[in-house]
Design a protein around this ligand. Sequence first.
Ligand SMILES: Nc1nc2c(ncn2[C@@H]2O[C@H](COP(=O)(O)OP(=O)(O)OP(=O)(O)O)[C@@H](O)[C@H]2O)c(=O)[nH]1
Ligand SMILES: [Mg+2]
Length: 239
Amino acid sequence: MLKVKRYVSDQWSNLQGTKLGQQFPMFGLSYAGKTTLLYHLVYSEFIETIGDHSARVETFTVPNLFRQYDSGKGRGAQQKELKFSLWDVAGQTGLIPLWHSYVDGTNSKGVIFVVDSTCREDMPYAKHALWRLFGALAAKDEEEGRDTEKEDMVLLVFANKQDRFDAMTVAEVMEGLDLEGLGNGDPQEAGGRPRRKRRWHIRGTDATKGKGLVEGLLWLDWQVNGPPRSREETALERV
Ligand SMILES: Nc1nc2c(ncn2[C@@H]2O[C@H](COP(=O)(O)OP(=O)(O)OP(=O)(O)O)[C@@H](O)[C@H]2O)c(=O)[nH]1
Ligand SMILES: [Mg+2]
């Protein structure tokens, strides 16, 4: 009950305009584990979910993790907490054609795609939904004249439920989604238009224990904000 209350009050403070962190929309078919992984990131524990049909945003900071950045004008480096806001877009099939509009609704430079690795038979649907999203994003890039790879939306895939004995390996999920094809600008994307390369990364996760989640978010952060610039200026540091 307390958790529910906490959740509702957090939602409320979001509505009140709490400052958002780096925003990333998160997609995936129903039952992939999106809400479970988001709860783990926010509350650091497993919370039983019920499948739902809404989109929600949660903001959280990654404990004990900071990005160091140059404050400029010779004032040295400053530390900043890593703060993220993930949009959990429910995976019901009717919403899939609308996914790209959740990307438009954020200032995001990357998206997260969550896969239920135990669900082999759903892989073609997952692939179709992912490619459809990136097709829409590619069309938008073109429409708005973005033509450098650096400006493209990057993709982080969580191959979730790796704790289950019947889970596909990360390599199998990668193949099932044809991430190499997507990354190489396969013409299937964007309805036949050849595309340039796209940056992507896949990571095996167990959302019930929170395994692999922060590592994936760090990859996103580096892609969007750049890697550490030197050994002395280590961008990310556990304390
Ligand atoms: N074993 C295991 N179960 C998981 C994992 N992640 C999620 N689950 C379970 O899978 C079920 C679906 O998880 P949800 O987080 O509700 O899935 P969702 O992607 O939010 O689904 P929708 O809201 O319908 O789009 C729940 O029973 C979770 O407890 C995982 O990594 N391992
Ligand atoms: Mg959900």
